[in-house]
Design a protein around this ligand. Sequence first.
Ligand code: GLC
Length: 566
Amino acid sequence: MSTSPHRVTADTLDNQWWVGAVIYQIYPRSFQDSNADGVGDIPGIIDRLDYLEDLGVDAIWLGPVYETPDADFGYDIANYRAIDPQFGTMADWETLRDDLHERDMRLIMDLVLNHTSDEHEWFQSSRADPKSPYGDFYIWRPGRNGGPPNNWESVFGGSAWTYDEAREEYYLHLFDQKQPDLDWSNPAVRQALYDIVDFWLEQAVDGFRLDVINFISKTSGLPDGDPYNTSVVGSEHFINGPAVGEYLQELCNEAIGDKDILIVGETPGLTVEDAKSFVGPGRLDMAFHFEHVSLDAGDPEDWTYGEWTLDELRETYTRWQTGMYPDGWNALYLGNHDQPRPVSRFGDDERFWYESATMLATLQLTLRGTPFAYQGEELGMTNTNFESPAEVADVEARRYIERQLAAGKTFDDIRHEVEFRSRDNARTPMQWSDELNAGFTDPTVEPWFPINPNYTEINVEKQSSDPSSVLSVYRRLIELRKAHHVLVVGRFVPMLEDHADVFAYKRLMEAATATVLLNFSGMEVSVPSIEGEGESLVFTNYTTSAAKKDDRLLLRPYEAHVYIAV
Ligand code: GLC
């Protein structure tokens, strides 16, 4: 959080480190195993810091490594002040922090403050004794007519309430039943959470990614939700709830003060209008909205999915890019540990894998905001396949499969949806080399999740030595962004808004201008030539020049161009 005005300009680049930064997201269990137990760990990350430094990223966002029973792979925290032994020790974590800092890189911790694990001692005590100091740390209610207290659904499906035999009441969990929601309306809860923030600040972390932070305030009285809500029933009462802004300001004032700490919020259901009130001085520095990654979503109850269109994608990006200008800042992402792989979703991972992966990288690295690269995206890693329900590890997907099988469907009936939607797609281990187990773990052990079989083709070792690989292009685009501030802070102006296949935009900063042309189709398409406007072509993902016809430039499948005038 910063207390300075939020208008981001060329000057701000110098005093707010995250403005010009590219941040790399690590999903710890899938990045690098160092002790041959098949699960990635902190010493494994330390071993790979040269790779990250060489890629040119400025910071890592480390997925949760706290003590956890792993119902939701770390997003269910049992002890906020301890490292889970599967990931290493606190001493390992300190080494990671120090090694990063020595390289002038920063460390962002993932904090889950909306809920804990049901194995956290607060919940254990709350469940055992309503009069204990933690008795009202969670949201407990008696049942209604023999069922749950209201009709709210969990984001993972099914009721958001579970009956607890010990306390003889229901507790609220907006995610899995092993993730009870904390009651943020209780000041003692808020204080306990600020103490945790403080604990990590004392360990010299550089920022926090706050998990589902716009879910912390619930409408008082917990009224029933609209049963026809096309998203999750009840969500109008818990997403962007009445006190979110107040709680965020309090958290920033009490726990962060004027420290130079990045606070990025994960905020499903956030609109540009909401963002204007949650992002800014004394609040979040930036927020992950979900609009572009919801364009192909179907019905949450039966995981159908639709087709996204370029018009919708362009409209969404344009709305956020212009809506957050000049007083806001965007957190830019195409993939993360909850999303399908971008090249399998917005590109074509079969016919134009290379072209579409590099075109998407160009999009990601030429917009206004801070780009987050999710591990493997820099290689063009793809979605995977599942032969049977036994191969599915993610709690959301497993719950979905259970409900569908109980309703009489077979795995084959839903396999397509699971393969598209399962969060496991993003969590297949990092592909370092073509040796057995892809260099992720010892070749003799079984990795916690199967490696994507395409690791023999898509891996770091192979791409490192190839100057035109997806990895080399990614690195080059990061360098380009750093060399041209217009790509970081310049105003975004859409171009060719009616073009059926090309997403095009200008970036403007004082005398500097840039133009980006991105062919989102697998066909050759034409755009008006922009030659003669004083900008030169500084990047393309093809090795030969694009042809011209009359006054038009012919872009090949997924061809990307960046032009700059300084
Ligand atoms: C966030 C995390 C996701 C987790 C959920 C509940 O959306 O990114 O992985 O399952 O919150 O904590």
